[in-house]
Design a protein around this ligand. Structure first.
Ligand SMILES: Cc1cc2nc3c(=O)[nH]c(=O)nc-3n(C[C@H](O)[C@H](O)[C@H](O)COP(=O)(O)O)c2cc1C
Length: 409
């Protein structure tokens, strides 16, 4: 089992007592996302963790997504009455309890059976949108049943046009409020650490299988629900002989057209009348093109470090993107959000919201829906307190003046 405390090697540990993250079952004792992460690591097989945590190649993008936040320091205001604080926001015209969105993540059924439904229910409970991935495991119509949910659909284009047209028709009928087209994953990222858990493309290695058996509750849940989950929203588009878990995932990966272009974006924009978001944009020219294509929002994202290695992080390009966009579209940042202060830094640099991927997934692996609720609560509570310490009462008061570069540039 990986040592859940290996990330506690902070500089200030020198001379302090040995520190441990919480790995028990009492969610109230998980005081930070890192505790949920440690709980998740204790309860999840290694091949699932590699899928969850891993980045592409040398994981330089993955690292940058975290360190980009460390490049900024707060310059707080004092003696401001912050007794009435609120993080409430408007995201694509709908109220949200915080400027936060649960990011689209595929294969959530691997973390927990019913993972998409659990994430959606927790997001609805927290009052923030949930984005369901094309590679999700629960049917979008079942996910849509969560009361009060702001449900968005994330589209990967694969196969012929009739597939995305059918998915858009279903998403619209299921009440999805926005469409998120992911632009940076037409070629699957080279996730070597994940590949090392397999003996071939479609089978786990023997040590992987043996290690999985060390997690009886995970195995029992998986066995009860048919071992490995199915991609229920897209499996019918896949040829009959390729519908098992690994084969289906690879068939879809192999049929994502690398010819995806602004022409496809125009066709999808024309076919979808509700709010439209492009996810994966980093280059300033693409920000301009996205505006010309009529998007309602842009997600600056390097896909959790899982696609091209050695890219900048979304946060790095945020100030320039905001300058280009002005108030013509919303901007979200996705990548590396683990703290309420990360959310505040993104807002100060011009974001309308952050999209969190792994943070809610740690909660899901730790304790299912209740764990996701705890993750979202931790992020919101941390942000609310940090906001008070910054001298701000609402998100409109969080501006660039409250930040300074950590080191002179
Ligand atoms: C396990 C996992 C699966 C993901 N699957 C998708 C996906 O299906 N579609 C997508 O647009 N992004 C996907 N992403 C990227 C996330 O939407 C998000 O941009 C990223 O996780 C943000 O980084 P963070 O995990 O540090 O918050 C995935 C990320 C993870 C960790």
């Amino acid at each position: 089992m990986p040592d859940p405390n290996r990330n506690t090697a902070l500089a200030q540990l020198g001379g302090t007592p040995h520190r441990r993250y919480y790995t028990g079952r009492n969610l109230k004792r998980a005081v930070a996302i890192e505790d949920l992460r440690a709980m998740a690591h204790r309860r999840t097989p290694r091949f699932v963790l590699e899928y969850l945590e891993g980045g592409a190649e040398d994981e330089a993008t993955l690292l940058r997504e975290r360190t980009s936040y460390a490049d900024w320091r707060f310059v707080p205001r004092q003696l401001v009455d912050v007794s009435e604080r609120s993080l409430t926001a408007e995201i694509l015209g709908k109220p949200a309890s915080a400027p936060m969105i649960v990011a689209p993540t595929g294969l959530n059924g691997l973390f927990r059976p019913g993972g998409d439904i659990a994430l959606a229910a927790a997001a609805a409970h927290a009052g923030v949108p949930f984005v369901q991935s094309t590679m999700s495991n629960d049917r979008m119509e079942d996910v849509a049943c969560a009361p009060g949910l702001h449900h968005w659909w994330q589209l990967y284009v694969f196969g012929g046009d009739e597939i995305w047209q059918e998915l858009l028709r279903r998403a619209d009928a299921a009440g999805c409020e926005a469409l998120v087209l992911t632009t940076n994953a037409q070629i699957f990222g080279n996730r070597e650490w994940s590949a090392r858990t397999q003996s071939s493309k479609t089978s786990p290695s023997i040590p992987t299988l043996a290690e999985t058996l060390l997690h009886p509750p995970w195995c029992a849940r998986a066995l009860r629900y048919g071992v490995l989950p199915s991609f229920r929203n897209v499996v019918d588009f896949v040829p009959k002989g390729s519908r098992s878990f690994f084969e289906c995932a690879f068939w879809i990966r192999d049929h994502q057209p690398t010819s995806l272009s602004w022409d496809t974006v125009a066709k999808i924009r024309a076919a979808w009348r509700k709010p439209f978001v492009l996810k994966g944009v980093l280059h300033p020219d693409d920000v301009r093109w996205a505006l010309d294509a009529g998007v309602d929002a842009i997600t600056l994202s390097s896909h959790g470090g899982r696609q091209l290695d050695w890219t900048v992080a979304g946060l790095d390009v945020l100030p320039a993107a905001r300058e280009i966009v002005g108030d013509r579209a919303e901007i979200y940042v996705s990548g590396g959000v683990r703290r309420g202060t990360d959310m505040l830094k993104a807002l100060a640099l011009g974001a309308d919201a952050v999209m969190a991927g792994r943070a809610p997934l740690y909660g899901l692996c730790a304790e299912g829906r209740a764990g996701v609720e705890r993750a979202l609560e931790i992020l919101r509570d941390e942000a609310l307190d940090a906001m008070g310490l910054l001298g701000a009462s609402s998100i409109s008061e969080i501006g660039r003046d409250l930040l300074a570069p950590a080191a002179p540039r």
